[in-house]
Design a protein around this ligand. Sequence first.
Ligand SMILES: Cc1cc2nc3c(=O)[nH]c(=O)nc-3n(C[C@H](O)[C@H](O)[C@H](O)COP(=O)(O)OP(=O)(O)OC[C@H]3O[C@@H](n4cnc5c(N)ncnc54)[C@H](O)[C@@H]3O)c2cc1C
Ligand code: FES
Ligand code: FES
Length: 489
Amino acid sequence: MRRRLRFIFRGRTVELDGFDPTLTLLEWLREEQRATGTKEGCNEGDCGACTVVLARLREGRVRYEPVNACILLLGQIDGAEVLTVEDLSAGGSLHPIQQAMIAHHGAQCGFCTPGIVMSLFAAYHEAERPLTRAAFDDILSGNLCRCTGYRPIADAAMEALHGPAADAFAADAEQRRARLDALQEGSDLFIGHEARFFAAPASIESMATLALRHPDATLLSGGTDVGLWITKRLQDLGKIIWLGRVKGLDRITATDTTLTLGAGVTHERALAPLAALDPDLGLLMRRFGSKQVRASGTVGGNIANGSPIGDLAPALIALGASVEMRKGGLTRTMPLENFFLAYGRQAREPGEVVTALHIPKLKPGMAFRAFKISKRFDEDISAVMGAFRFRIEDGAIAEARLAYGGMAGIPARARATEQALEGVSLADPHGWAAALSHLEADFQPISDMRASAAYRAKVARAILGKALLEIAGGAAETRIHPREVVHAG
Ligand SMILES: Cc1cc2nc3c(=O)[nH]c(=O)nc-3n(C[C@H](O)[C@H](O)[C@H](O)COP(=O)(O)OP(=O)(O)OC[C@H]3O[C@@H](n4cnc5c(N)ncnc54)[C@H](O)[C@@H]3O)c2cc1C
Ligand code: FES
Ligand code: FES
C-alpha cells in the first residue's frame, strides 16, 4: 500500500501524504504553489481558463492531455506530469505556440489566454498535420472567448501547428518518458484515514473490496460530474475512491460481434472505436463536452451518473448494449435499459461498481442513426438525444429500437412507436407519419431551461422522421455536417 501521492511538477517528483481528498488541482496550483498563470473562470469545466496539460504514459507513449484543473481533484494526477503555462518557455525563449499567439495578436484577455495556449500546446503534440479548420474548432471547443473572437487564435494555431512538433518537449521526449515510467507501479494508493480518504486502488479486486468496505464512498472516475458537486454544490465528500488507476478498467476490446469498453475508457479514447461502429456515433462523441471534458470523462461515469440527458445512454440502448457491474467477488451483466429505474435511481447496489459496457455491432441489414439536439454545437448538454436502430427486411422495417434522452426522467425506449413501425414499408412516408404519432403515448416531456415540452415533442418526432428519410434513401438534404467517420486527433 502506498501512502503518498506522486507526480511530476516543474521537473521534480512531488510526494504528498497530507491533503484534503476534495482539493482540486486548480486550488493546489494557485493557492499552495502560487502558480497563478492558470486562471479560475467558471469553476465548472465550461470556460477553459483553468486548462493545464497532463503528460501521461499511455501504451508506453507520452500523451499530452488538456484537462480542466478546476474540476480535477489533486489525487487524480497521480503518476502524471502537470504542465502549466509557466512551463512552456525554454532557455529564455517562448514556446512556438506562445510566439505565434503574439505574432497574430491571438493573446487577447488575460483570463482565457493561458488556457487557450495550453489547449494549443496539447494539440501541438497530439493533433494530426496538416491542421484543418474543423480540427482547430475541436481543439478550442473547451475554451470560450467572449471578447474578440477566434480568428487571430486560429491564425496562430495554423502557423504553429504546421510541421511536426519541434520544441523542448519533443527534444526531451525520452527522458520525460523514463521519468514518468519510474512513477508507475502496481500498489494501491490510500491517503488519509478510514473516515476521510482519497484512495486509488490498482486492481479490480482491490477496487471491489474497497468499494464493498466503504459503500458510502464516492466513486470517482474522470470527475467531470463529481468535480462540480464540490465546486458548485459545495458538497463535502469525505471518502473518495478514484478508479483511474485500476488496471484493466480502461481496456478496449472487440470481437466480430461486440465492442467492449471498460468503464474507465475516456470519451477521447472511445471516439474512434465508436465511430467505427457507425459514423453518427463518431459525430456524437465529437460533440461530447469539449477536448478537456473528453480527456477526463469516462464512458462508465456517463452511464453510472444516471443522467436523463447523458449522451451515451440512448445511443447504447438503441444498439442493445449491456452493462457489467462488480460487487465484491460477484460480476453481473444486465441490459443497459434496465439499469435506469427512475429519475435519480439506478439498478446499482451500494458498493457495486460499473466495470464495462458491451456493445453489439450492427449486423448486415441494420441501419443506425443518432441525433443530439442542443443549443450549441460544442460543449452543450442535449435538450433531446435520439438514437435509432432498424432492421430492414425486403424494404420494410422488421424491427425498430428507438431510444431517447431528455424526454423522460430516465433515458428510455419509445416502445409504442417501435411496435407501430414494425412492418411499415420504407417506401411509405404516410405509414411512418402514422407510426410517429405514437411518440405522444411514449413520452410526456417536461419544460425546463434547456427546452419546452412542446419543442421536445416536436423535435423527437422530427429526428425520427429524418432518420427514416435518410435510411429510405430520399434525395432531400438532411444534414449540415455530413455523415462521415470522425477521426480522433
Ligand atoms: C463542461 C461539461 C460538458 C459536458 N458535456 C457533456 C455532454 O456533451 N454529454 C454528456 O452526456 N455529458 C456531458 N457532461 C457530463 C459529464 O462529462 C459526463 O457525464 C461524463 O461522462 C462523466 O464521466 P466521469 O468519468 O467524469 O464521471 P465522474 O464525475 O467521475 O462520476 C459521475 C458519477 O458516476 C459515478 N461513477 C463514476 N464511475 C463509476 C463506475 N465505474 N461505477 C459506478 N459509479 C461510477 C460517480 O460516483 C458519480 O456519481 C459534461 C460535463 C461538463 C463539466
Ligand atoms: S475555470 Fe472555467 S473551465 Fe475551469
Ligand atoms: S480572450 Fe478572454 S474573453 Fe476573449
